[in-house]
Design a protein around this ligand. Sequence first.
Ligand code: DCP
Length: 230
Amino acid sequence: SASSSQDASHKHIANVREKKTVICIEGNIASGKTTCLEYFAKNTSIEVLPEPVSKWRDVRGHNPLGLMYQDATRWGITLQTYVQLTMLDHHTRPMVSPIRMMERSIHSAKYIFVENLYRSGRMPEVDYVVLTEWFEWIVKNMDVSVDLIVYLQTSPDTCYERLKRRCREEEKVIPVEYLAAIHQLYEEWLIKQTLFKVPSPVLVLQADHELQDMMEKYEENQDRIFSLCN
Ligand code: DCP
Protein backbone atom coordinates (compact mmCIF):
# COMPACT_ATOMS: atom_id res chain seq x y z
CA SER A 1 0.00 0.00 0.00
CA ALA A 2 0.99 3.65 -0.38
CA SER A 3 1.37 4.19 3.35
CA SER A 4 3.65 1.21 3.89
CA SER A 5 5.93 2.21 1.04
CA GLN A 6 6.10 5.72 2.53
CA ASP A 7 7.12 4.17 5.84
CA ALA A 8 9.83 2.21 4.12
CA SER A 9 11.34 5.26 2.40
CA HIS A 10 11.18 7.18 5.68
CA LYS A 11 13.22 4.42 7.35
CA HIS A 12 15.79 4.65 4.62
CA ILE A 13 16.28 8.36 5.08
CA ALA A 14 16.55 7.99 8.85
CA ASN A 15 19.17 5.29 8.38
CA VAL A 16 21.25 7.31 5.95
CA ARG A 17 21.18 10.58 7.89
CA GLU A 18 22.47 9.33 11.18
CA LYS A 19 26.12 10.40 11.65
CA LYS A 20 28.26 7.72 13.13
CA THR A 21 31.84 6.59 13.30
CA VAL A 22 32.22 2.88 12.73
CA ILE A 23 35.36 0.80 13.29
CA CYS A 24 35.36 -2.83 12.11
CA ILE A 25 37.75 -5.42 13.53
CA GLU A 26 38.63 -7.86 10.74
CA GLY A 27 40.71 -11.03 10.62
CA ASN A 28 40.72 -14.78 10.12
CA ILE A 29 38.74 -17.25 12.22
CA ALA A 30 40.29 -17.33 15.73
CA SER A 31 42.60 -14.38 14.95
CA GLY A 32 41.70 -12.81 18.32
CA LYS A 33 38.97 -10.35 17.36
CA THR A 34 36.98 -11.09 20.49
CA THR A 35 39.96 -10.24 22.74
CA CYS A 36 40.40 -6.97 20.87
CA LEU A 37 36.75 -6.07 21.36
CA GLU A 38 36.92 -7.01 25.03
CA TYR A 39 39.87 -4.67 25.51
CA PHE A 40 37.95 -1.72 24.03
CA ALA A 41 34.72 -2.60 25.87
CA LYS A 42 36.58 -2.65 29.17
CA ASN A 43 38.91 0.32 28.72
CA THR A 44 36.93 2.86 26.70
CA SER A 45 33.40 4.21 26.54
CA ILE A 46 32.79 3.36 22.89
CA GLU A 47 29.98 1.03 21.85
CA VAL A 48 31.22 -2.50 21.13
CA LEU A 49 29.19 -5.00 19.09
CA PRO A 50 30.57 -8.56 19.10
CA GLU A 51 29.84 -10.82 16.15
CA PRO A 52 26.42 -12.44 16.57
CA VAL A 53 27.86 -15.98 16.37
CA SER A 54 25.51 -17.24 19.11
CA LYS A 55 22.58 -16.43 16.80
CA TRP A 56 24.22 -18.33 13.93
CA ARG A 57 24.40 -21.38 16.20
CA ASP A 58 20.81 -21.07 17.41
CA VAL A 59 18.10 -19.46 15.35
CA ARG A 60 14.80 -20.69 16.75
CA GLY A 61 16.43 -23.98 17.65
CA HIS A 62 18.33 -24.45 14.36
CA ASN A 63 22.12 -24.31 13.94
CA PRO A 64 22.98 -22.95 10.48
CA LEU A 65 26.69 -22.63 11.41
CA GLY A 66 26.91 -26.33 12.26
CA LEU A 67 24.94 -27.30 9.17
CA MET A 68 27.27 -25.25 6.95
CA TYR A 69 30.35 -27.02 8.30
CA GLN A 70 28.68 -30.39 7.72
CA ASP A 71 27.54 -29.71 4.15
CA ALA A 72 28.63 -26.33 2.78
CA THR A 73 27.10 -26.86 -0.67
CA ARG A 74 23.66 -27.43 0.79
CA TRP A 75 23.71 -25.02 3.75
CA GLY A 76 26.18 -22.30 2.77
CA ILE A 77 23.49 -19.97 1.47
CA THR A 78 21.35 -20.63 4.54
CA LEU A 79 24.11 -19.51 6.90
CA GLN A 80 25.31 -16.63 4.74
CA THR A 81 21.81 -15.21 4.23
CA TYR A 82 21.39 -15.16 7.99
CA VAL A 83 24.89 -13.73 8.58
CA GLN A 84 24.07 -10.95 6.13
CA LEU A 85 20.86 -10.14 8.02
CA THR A 86 22.55 -10.07 11.43
CA MET A 87 25.36 -7.88 10.06
CA LEU A 88 22.86 -5.48 8.48
CA ASP A 89 21.17 -5.28 11.88
CA HIS A 90 24.48 -4.32 13.52
CA HIS A 91 25.38 -1.72 10.88
CA THR A 92 21.99 0.00 11.04
CA ARG A 93 21.25 -0.01 14.78
CA PRO A 94 20.82 3.43 16.35
CA MET A 95 24.10 4.63 17.83
CA VAL A 96 24.34 4.77 21.61
CA SER A 97 27.82 6.34 21.56
CA PRO A 98 29.66 8.49 18.96
CA ILE A 99 31.99 5.59 18.10
CA ARG A 100 30.94 2.03 17.38
CA MET A 101 33.31 -0.91 17.14
CA MET A 102 32.04 -4.02 15.35
CA GLU A 103 33.41 -7.54 14.98
CA ARG A 104 33.65 -8.09 11.23
CA SER A 105 31.18 -6.47 8.82
CA ILE A 106 28.70 -7.13 6.08
CA HIS A 107 31.61 -6.47 3.68
CA SER A 108 33.84 -9.30 4.89
CA ALA A 109 30.85 -11.64 5.14
CA LYS A 110 30.42 -11.18 1.40
CA TYR A 111 33.95 -10.59 0.12
CA ILE A 112 35.63 -13.25 2.27
CA PHE A 113 33.22 -15.96 3.36
CA VAL A 114 30.69 -16.04 0.52
CA GLU A 115 33.53 -15.58 -1.97
CA ASN A 116 35.46 -18.46 -0.45
CA LEU A 117 32.48 -20.82 -0.63
CA TYR A 118 31.92 -19.90 -4.26
CA ARG A 119 35.57 -20.03 -5.37
CA SER A 120 36.17 -23.38 -3.71
CA GLY A 121 33.26 -24.85 -5.69
CA ARG A 122 31.09 -25.37 -2.64
CA MET A 123 28.44 -22.78 -3.41
CA PRO A 124 26.25 -23.16 -6.53
CA GLU A 125 26.46 -20.15 -8.83
CA VAL A 126 22.75 -19.42 -8.44
CA ASP A 127 23.16 -19.11 -4.64
CA TYR A 128 26.15 -16.82 -5.12
CA VAL A 129 24.26 -14.63 -7.57
CA VAL A 130 21.20 -14.32 -5.30
CA LEU A 131 23.38 -13.36 -2.32
CA THR A 132 25.23 -10.86 -4.52
CA GLU A 133 21.95 -9.25 -5.58
CA TRP A 134 20.91 -8.91 -1.94
CA PHE A 135 24.32 -7.50 -0.99
CA GLU A 136 24.35 -4.95 -3.78
CA TRP A 137 20.84 -3.81 -2.95
CA ILE A 138 21.83 -3.31 0.69
CA VAL A 139 25.02 -1.38 -0.14
CA LYS A 140 23.07 0.89 -2.49
CA ASN A 141 20.07 1.56 -0.27
CA MET A 142 21.30 1.33 3.30
CA ASP A 143 24.11 2.97 5.24
CA VAL A 144 26.62 0.20 5.88
CA SER A 145 29.60 2.55 5.69
CA VAL A 146 32.77 1.98 7.68
CA ASP A 147 35.29 4.62 8.82
CA LEU A 148 38.20 2.38 9.73
CA ILE A 149 39.10 -1.28 9.38
CA VAL A 150 41.52 -2.71 11.94
CA TYR A 151 42.95 -5.85 10.34
CA LEU A 152 44.35 -8.40 12.78
CA GLN A 153 46.92 -10.05 10.55
CA THR A 154 47.85 -13.58 11.57
CA SER A 155 49.38 -16.67 10.05
CA PRO A 156 46.89 -19.46 9.32
CA ASP A 157 48.95 -21.77 11.58
CA THR A 158 48.45 -19.48 14.59
CA CYS A 159 44.70 -19.45 13.95
CA TYR A 160 44.69 -23.22 13.60
CA GLU A 161 46.38 -23.62 17.00
CA ARG A 162 43.91 -21.21 18.65
CA LEU A 163 40.99 -22.93 16.96
CA LYS A 164 42.02 -26.33 18.31
CA ARG A 165 42.57 -24.86 21.77
CA ARG A 166 39.14 -23.24 22.01
CA CYS A 167 37.39 -26.39 20.77
CA ARG A 168 34.11 -24.98 19.42
CA GLU A 169 32.09 -28.07 18.49
CA GLU A 170 31.06 -26.94 14.96
CA GLU A 171 34.64 -25.97 14.06
CA LYS A 172 36.27 -29.36 14.73
CA VAL A 173 36.03 -30.20 11.02
CA ILE A 174 37.97 -27.09 9.87
CA PRO A 175 41.31 -28.04 8.24
CA VAL A 176 44.26 -25.61 8.15
CA GLU A 177 43.71 -25.31 4.37
CA TYR A 178 40.37 -23.62 5.05
CA LEU A 179 42.08 -21.03 7.26
CA ALA A 180 44.75 -20.56 4.57
CA ALA A 181 42.06 -19.82 1.97
CA ILE A 182 40.35 -17.27 4.24
CA HIS A 183 43.76 -15.71 4.98
CA GLN A 184 44.54 -15.43 1.26
CA LEU A 185 41.26 -13.63 0.56
CA TYR A 186 41.83 -11.21 3.47
CA GLU A 187 45.31 -10.41 2.16
CA GLU A 188 44.02 -9.81 -1.37
CA TRP A 189 41.17 -7.65 -0.10
CA LEU A 190 42.90 -5.51 2.56
CA ILE A 191 46.65 -5.61 1.79
CA LYS A 192 47.06 -6.01 -1.97
CA GLN A 193 43.64 -4.38 -2.45
CA THR A 194 43.12 -6.28 -5.69
CA LEU A 195 39.96 -8.17 -4.78
CA PHE A 196 36.98 -5.93 -4.03
CA LYS A 197 36.26 -2.40 -2.95
CA VAL A 198 37.89 -1.56 0.39
CA PRO A 199 35.26 0.51 2.24
CA SER A 200 37.64 2.54 4.47
CA PRO A 201 41.28 3.09 5.44
CA VAL A 202 42.95 -0.01 6.90
CA LEU A 203 45.16 -0.23 10.00
CA VAL A 204 47.12 -3.49 10.08
CA LEU A 205 48.08 -4.99 13.45
CA GLN A 206 50.29 -8.05 13.59
CA ALA A 207 48.29 -10.44 15.77
CA ASP A 208 50.32 -13.65 16.09
CA HIS A 209 51.52 -12.63 19.58
CA GLU A 210 50.23 -14.07 22.84
CA LEU A 211 47.13 -12.63 24.47
CA GLN A 212 48.91 -10.45 27.04
CA ASP A 213 51.13 -8.89 24.34
CA MET A 214 48.06 -8.23 22.21
CA MET A 215 46.39 -6.37 25.10
CA GLU A 216 49.48 -4.12 25.31
CA LYS A 217 49.39 -3.62 21.58
CA TYR A 218 45.78 -2.45 21.73
CA GLU A 219 46.68 -0.04 24.49
CA GLU A 220 49.61 1.34 22.45
CA ASN A 221 47.42 1.74 19.36
CA GLN A 222 44.27 3.05 21.02
CA ASP A 223 44.89 6.76 20.28
CA ARG A 224 46.00 6.00 16.76
CA ILE A 225 42.84 4.02 16.09
CA PHE A 226 40.58 6.82 17.33
CA SER A 227 42.50 9.53 15.47
CA LEU A 228 42.40 7.60 12.21
CA CYS A 229 38.62 7.49 12.18
CA ASN A 230 38.06 11.21 12.72
N1 DCP B 1 31.70 -17.57 9.75
C1 DCP B 1 31.21 -17.92 8.50
N2 DCP B 1 30.77 -16.98 7.65
C2 DCP B 1 30.83 -15.67 7.97
C3 DCP B 1 31.35 -15.27 9.21
C4 DCP B 1 31.78 -16.26 10.11
O1 DCP B 1 31.17 -19.11 8.19
N3 DCP B 1 30.39 -14.77 7.10
C5 DCP B 1 32.10 -18.60 10.74
C6 DCP B 1 33.57 -18.76 10.96
C7 DCP B 1 33.65 -19.25 12.36
C8 DCP B 1 32.42 -18.68 13.04
O2 DCP B 1 31.57 -18.26 12.00
O3 DCP B 1 33.54 -20.66 12.40
C9 DCP B 1 32.72 -17.55 14.00
O4 DCP B 1 33.32 -16.46 13.33
P1 DCP B 1 34.72 -15.88 13.71
O5 DCP B 1 35.77 -16.84 13.46
O6 DCP B 1 34.83 -14.59 13.11
O7 DCP B 1 34.62 -15.63 15.27
P2 DCP B 1 35.73 -16.02 16.24
O8 DCP B 1 35.07 -16.22 17.56
O9 DCP B 1 36.53 -17.13 15.68
O10 DCP B 1 36.67 -14.74 16.25
P3 DCP B 1 37.97 -14.57 17.11
O11 DCP B 1 38.48 -15.90 17.50
O12 DCP B 1 38.89 -13.82 16.21
O13 DCP B 1 37.53 -13.79 18.28
